[in-house]
Ligand binder design. Structure first.
Ligand SMILES: Nc1ncnc2c1ncn2[C@@H]1O[C@H](COP(=O)(O)OP(=O)(O)O)[C@@H](O)[C@H]1O
Ligand SMILES: [Mg+2]
Length: 330
């Protein structure tokens, strides 16, 4: 029987260090997400084997006894953390679902990704990097700005204070990011307007770009100053709307930009691209996530519901994309 191994990091496995911010384990999965992924994979007729995190993988790497690994491990430390599991698997010639180490490290680093977007003429908000509150060049950027950590995900480091309107607030927020997350801050022009995210499954010429999902905050689609903070993720003030309330031509533009971004960073099997549209209708790509959440509370499930299909059929498409890439028959 075909065996699918799973690599992942659990919120419950994370041991908080004294200096850790409260969102230190935000990217990790709930045990229930691993349960539903396993159930979905088993309902497709495969066997599953839970490998666990990178330490478990290292202990067992020569005797995994799996045909392919479904990797959703976020990794533990540093900006290459998401690449660590894929690189071990690659070294041992073990096939795995999802992007490789290069794409995962590249896209976790939002500044490196923006440089690729600029080279590919994919619109992204104007930005600068701040290594400290004394060491940055504002160039031609205009307030309001948003201050984010350079290599985090899941809205880590984002609170209502992240949107800044003057130099004093900007410096305070840069100091907070540098000190708390031990990395440079990415400062961008704040795009006031609406927000969307586009899920994609597949590879190269066999891409399935799904209809955009729109983000509603506090019951509103016109977001104004609102954005997706760490605290909002866990509140019912944030909703996913599918289909997005936009006309067909805008929808097609977003989907095309999502496809171009996915291909530009050589994402594999699945991913999700985050967008904002300003009040004049200009599109901006914020970032691409090659390890988007597969929780049933999240976007992939919203899309499955809209399309009248099931969570397992989405997981099936993801696994089939990987099998095809490796020329494997399950
Ligand atoms: N330039 C921006 N203008 C307005 N809102 C932004 C901007 N950048 C990020 N945000 C808000 O912050 C959220 C998280 O930012 P994002 O770049 O997607 O990082 P991540 O999801 O990895 O934490 C976005 O979903 C959006 O609501
Ligand atoms: Mg995002």
């Amino acid at each position: 029987m075909f065996i699918v191994g799973l690599t992942f990091d659990l919120k419950t496995d994370y041991i908080f260090k004294e200096e850790d911010p409260p969102d230190a384990n935000a990217e990790f999965d709930h045990p229930s997400t691993i349960d539903v992924i396993c159930e979905a994979i088993e309902s497709l007729g495969y066997k599953t084997k839970r490998i666990g995190n990178i330490r478990n993988l290292l202990e067992n790497i020569d005797n995994l006894g799996v045909d392919i690994v479904f990797n959703i491990s976020e990794g533990l430390t540093g900006r290459n953390r998401e690449s660590q599991v894929p690189i071990l698997l690659e070294m041992k010639n073990i096939p795995f679902v999802g992007s490789d180490g290069l794409t995962l490290a590249l896209t976790l680093d939002k500044i490196m990704t923006k440089k690729i977007m600029i080279a590919e003429k994919i619109p992204t908000p104007k930005f600068f990097e701040a290594k400290s509150s004394e060491n940055y060049e504002m160039d031609s950027l205009k307030y309001p700005l948003i201050v984010k950590p350079r290599f985090e995900g899941s809205s880590k480091g984002l609170s209502d204070k992240s949107r800044v309107e003057n130099e004093a607030q900007l410096k305070e927020q840069i100091d907070f990011i540098v000190k708390t997350y031990k990395q440079p801050a990415l400062v961008e022009e704040f795009i006031s307007g609406s927000e969307y995210t586009v899920a994609i499954i597949g590879n190269d010429e066999n891409l399935e770009v799904f209809p955009p999902v729109q983000i509603k905050i506090d019951g509103r689609l016109k977001l104004g100053d609102k954005f997706y903070t760490f605290n909002r993720i866990f509140s019912d003030r944030l909703e996913y709307i599918c289909p997005a309330k936009i006309n067909a031509s805008l929808r097609d533009k977003i989907m095309d930009l999502a496809r171009r971004t996915y291909l530009a960073v050589e994402c594999r099997d699945f991913g999700r691209v985050d967008f904002r549209i300003d009040e004049e209708g200009r599109l901006y790509v914020l970032e691409i996530n090659p390890l988007p959440s597969l929780s049933t509370e999240d976007v992939f499930m919203t899309i499955a519901r809209y399309l009248g299909t099931t969570y397992s059929s989405m997981i099936d498409k993801i696994i089939k994309s990987a099998l095809k890439r490796y020329n494997l028959v399950a």
